[in-house]
Design a binder for this molecule. Structure first.
Ligand code: HEC
Ligand code: HEC
Length: 209
């Protein structure tokens, strides 16, 4: 791991910017790959950087911090757009802005392709019984399926939401609503119309899929 990033990462983690996920989440749900898929094909600089990414996003795809999304198996187009937006500042996050700032477009493409090739992990988040159809109503009102797909699996630059960490879904939907995440203004104005309780309900439902 490059020393500068190592040092910076240690400072961040000690500073307590991120909160650890509940114990249990990081338990293995799939065996670690014998050899990381595609790591050998990455330029050396990126192969050295990937372990830093995994320190937060999870060796086995299950993030180590509640605010870190699952990126393994996420769509390549979407991953690239997010990395590009962190680099050009359209999406703001202290850690992510810093880590991609010296990378080229081709580096970002290679990272997007690498993480897309890793399998999406299964995180057992408690199932949600939508007995009175409240969540279905919220989803219909926001036409969420029209864009994210009937099973919320996304495609291309449309992110997969099914099985994403509930804690991350809450934090990013809140960020859209509060205009802290502004790289997709349409999501921001859509979530304006949802209360915090409704956002929680949507996140729990999507996380359990
Ligand atoms: C110190 C922890 C940490 C490290 C190291 C880190 N990330 Fe992140 N990453 C996060 C957090 C937290 C977020 C959510 C930030 C936000 O809300 O915008 C995030 C967001 C992302 C996203 C957006 C995903 C989505 O669903 O929108 C991508 C892609 C990503 N990281 C890839 C990487 C890659 C590639 C690396 C290594 C080059 C890396 N991350 C290193 C913590 C980290
Ligand atoms: C018009 C199409 C459209 C509709 C309708 C829509 N979305 Fe999105 N959504 C997007 C796009 C595009 C992105 C990716 C934005 C980006 O590139 O930053 C996104 C991003 C998200 C994210 C962030 C995922 C991540 O990994 O960070 C969440 C969560 C989300 N949408 C939830 C919802 C919910 C819940 C609804 C319904 C209430 C909804 N969306 C309706 C297009 C849509």
């Amino acid at each position: 791991m490059p020393r500068r990033i190592d040092h910076w990462l240690a400072g961040l983690l000690l500073g307590g910017t991120l909160s650890a996920v509940e114990p249990g989440w990081s338990q293995e749900t799939r065996p670690p790959a014998a050899r990381e898929p595609g790591l050998a094909e990455l330029p050396e600089k990126l192969a050295e950087l990937v372990p830093t990414c995994l320190a937060c996003h999870g060796e086995n795809g299950i993030p180590n911090y509640a605010e870190s999304p699952i990126v393994d198996g996420q769509h390549e187009g979407y991953l690239f757009v997010q990395l590009r937006d962190y680099k050009n500042g359209a999406r703001k996050h202290e850690v992510m802005n810093e880590i991609v700032k010296d990378l080229s477009r081709n580096d970002l493409r290679a990272l997007a392709s690498y993480f897309n090739a890793r399998p999406w992990p299964r995180v057992d988040q408690p199932p949600v019984a939508d007995e009175n159809g409240e969540v279905e109503r919220l989803l219909a009102e926001g036409q969420c399926k029209e864009c994210h797909g009937a099973d919320f699996l996304g495609d291309g630059t449309m992110p997969r939401l099914a099985g994403q960490l509930t804690t991350y879904l809450v934090s990013t939907m809140r960020a859209f609503k509060l205009k802290e995440r502004t790289n997709n203004p349409a999501m921001g104005s859509l979530l304006d119309t949802y209360s915090d309780e409704e956002i929680e309900a949507l996140a729990r439902y999507l996380g359990a899929l």
